[in-house]
Design a protein around this ligand. Structure first.
Ligand code: ADP
Length: 624
């Protein structure tokens, strides 16, 4: 018996003792090896017409012997090939590179690359490889039962190609290996992982057939096993663009990504350049239930020449486009782990860059040409784009700013920032927004009325992240974001300004008294001309707005309460003001209660909870 090379031993050990949940990828690995071997012989057949070009991969299950066989009529292996290829693995730096953190990386290694032939040891105790190389007059058998070693002996195999026989492990609690011998299981694995292999992958399927000689009145049936092709063989993305219809793409999407609804958009891109690849990208019509949770895994399906290497290659999508589904197939990527992982990473990065640009330009096109669907998309995934604009201190804000939408007070629908800026009033220099939990609540904010009357369009910020996005962006097209509660809509109206300052002077003592009685709650109490019908509102000074206070305090780890610096604004034109003056002059204690009631009212209008229900209720009762 011969010994495996040290590195191979390590890989095998890993495979034999693997707890890797996705053991089933071994079949994909064997099939892709078979497909490669056929590729080689197919190439030879171009010049050697004696080669049998009826290429196929056949999978057979034998329940009695507990064996699963994968046979191809590819190029085959010589005695030396068997020694070299199956006795050694990963001659390159791949493993050396992975040396630290062995076990954890091992699991990852299997997950990402399957580590080829050896992955069969995840399901088999014993592996026999029968092979006859092209043009060889001898066949050989390679056999191994694990780390102990392997033997290579002469064999009788008559046809060119390779037959791999796996004797499955006994069923265990972790996995029912015998299931791999079931027709349905083989079918589903081939469909899932190897559907687009260019050669037919066949297995014997049982059919009921009428026995010959039995009459139509009294038919008798017998069970017949017939070879059936399991894979569709032609990847959709290998067809020319003009051949692929929208319905094909929709159908493909639904099958491939298990969605019941058509995608909002399907993109078929063929990229040719230093790196050549095909991409099918889809914008789903609805977010998966776990989309906004940490359980969601983004990623595109990655194929190398029609062979799936990864179900979800995360690296191909930035977080903010994490909702995009699709596949990428590149001839420049290799399944072979013996290639440098680093090099592969660089290629993946280059593809990711191209994909990101493509998604971005397609979304912009959708926004311009298919507004209805874009808005649907935005309703589902807009939050993802907004988080993207905010994340990493806004490092991607410029890429995303034109994809964002906000609800407009004027249009009563979503608008882009570009649209907002284009329609700004003469002399308007800022982008106005107002925050709240819902559009209804924002629409009834006291501060809104005046701004609306003055003819300004206001963006309604309903999501917690909205204002953070505005702060991190600072401006759009040179126009700064400004909260309506901080803006001064009386600008330019000198008369109103004068009136306000006169009145503030007149009410100086009252305002100071109220401020003192609300100490710890508000930073200031002042008169305002920003209000129309409402008597009061809360505004803020400083960096933190009321909306931000709400968001920050609702975070799971918000142990220390964050307080916005609040200012209680009293409507200078409201008749209540006169009343406050009277009360101040006759009953200062009562004014304290009024101050409290007004303050709590203003909180309610902002969507903040009543701070002290008991005091509030008793103050209201007293006043009533
Ligand atoms: P990889 O396929 O990544 O190179 P494997 O361990 O799966 O790694 O296979 C090692 C080598 O064994 C292959 O590169 C190929 O040369 C050879 N090989 C494996 N399976 C077959 C097969 N069915 N027919 C011919 N050669 C094969």
């Amino acid at each position: 018996m011969k010994q495996f090379k040290t590195e191979s031993k390590r890989i095998m050990d890993l495979m034999i003792n693997s707890i890797y949940t996705n053991k089933e990828i071994f079949l994909r690995e064997l099939i892709s090896n078979a497909s490669d071997a056929i590729d080689k012989l197919k190439f030879i057949s171009l010049t050697d017409t004696s080669v049998d070009t009826d290429f196929q991969i056949v999978i057979t299950a034998d329940k009695d012997k507990r064996t699963l066989t994968v046979e191809d009529n590819g190029v085959g292996m010589t005695e030396e090939d068997l020694e070299k290829n199956l006795g050694t693995i990963a001659e390159s730096g791949t493993l050396a590179f992975k040396k630290e953190n062995e076990i954890k990386d091992g699991e990852e290694l299997i997950g990402q690359f399957g580590v080829g032939f050896y992955s069969a040891f995840m399901v088999a105790d014993k592996i026999e490889v029968y092979s006859r190389a092209y043009k060889s007059d001898k066949a050989f058998k390679w056999e191994s039962e694990g780390v102990e070693g392997y033997t290579v002996t002469p064999d009788e195999k008559e046809t060119t190609g390779t037959k791999i026989v796996l004797t499955l492990k006994p069923d265990g609690e972790d996995y029912k290996y015998s299931e791999l011998l079931e027709e349905y299981k083989i079918t589903s694995l081939v469909k899932r992982y190897s559907d687009y292999i260019r050669y037919p992958i066949k297995t014997y399927k049982t059919h009921s057939v009428k026995k010959e000689g039995t009459s139509d009145d009294k038919p008798e049936y017998e069970q017949v096993k017939e070879l059936e092709t399991l894979n569709s063989m032609i990847p959709l993305w290998k067809k020319s663009k003009s051949e692929v219809k929208k319905e094909d793409l929709d159908e493909f999407y639904k099958n491939e990504f298990h969605d019941y609804a058509d995608p909002l958009k399907a993109v078929y891109a063929k990229i040719e350049g230093t790196l050549t690849y095909d991409a099918l990208l889809f914008v789903p019509s609805h977010a998966p239930f776990d989309y906004y949770s940490k359980d969601y895994k983004k990623g595109l399906k990655l194929y190398s020449n029609g062979v799936m290497i990864m179900e979800k290659c995360e690296e191909l999508l930035p977080d903010y486009f994490g909702f995009i589904r699709g596949i990428v197939d590149s001839a420049d990527l290799s399944l072979n782990i013996s290639r440098e992982i680093l090099q592969q990473d660089r290629q993946v990065k280059a593809i990711a860059n191209g994909i990101e640009k493509k998604i971005s330009s397609e979304l912009k096109k959708m926004l311009e040409e298919d507004r209805e669907n874009y808005e649907k998309m935005f309703n589902e995934f807009g939050l993802s784009l907004k988080f993207g604009a905010y994340a990493g201190f806004g490092m991607n804000k410029d890429k995303l700013k034109d994809l964002l939408m906000f609800y407009s007070s004027k249009k009563e629908k979503l608008v882009t920032l570009k649209e907002y800026v284009e329609e700004m009033k003469d002399g308007q220099t800022e982008i106005y927004y107002a925050c709240g939990e819902s559009y209804d609540k924002i629409a009834s904010l006291p501060q809104i009325e005046k701004a609306k009357d003055a003819g300004y369009e206001i963006l309604f910020f309903k999501d917690g992240v909205d204002e953070f996005v505005a702060k991190i962006m600072n401006d759009y097209d040179g126009k700064k974001f400004k909260s309506v509660s901080e803006a001064d809509f009386s600008a330019g109206n000198e008369e109103e300004k004068k009136e306000l300052s006169d009145k503030t002077e007149e009410y100086k003592d009252i305002l100071a008294f109220m401020k003192e009685s609300l100490a710890g709650k508000v930073k200031d109490v002042k008169l305002s001309t920003n209000l129309k019908t409402y008597p009061v509102c809360l505004s803020t000074s400083g960096e933190i707005s009321i909306e931000m206070e709400k968001v920050l305090n609702s975070m799971p780890n918000a142990n220390q309460k964050i307080q916005a610096e609040k200012i209680l604004e009293l409507n200078a034109g409201h008749k209540l003001i006169e009343k406050l003056k009277n009360i101040y002059e006759t009953d200062k204690d009562a004014l304290k209660k009024y101050a409290l009631v007004l303050y709590e009212q203003a909180r309610l209008l902002e969507g903040l909870p009543v701070e002290n229900a008991k005091d509030f209720v008793s103050a209201v009762s007293d006043i009533l």
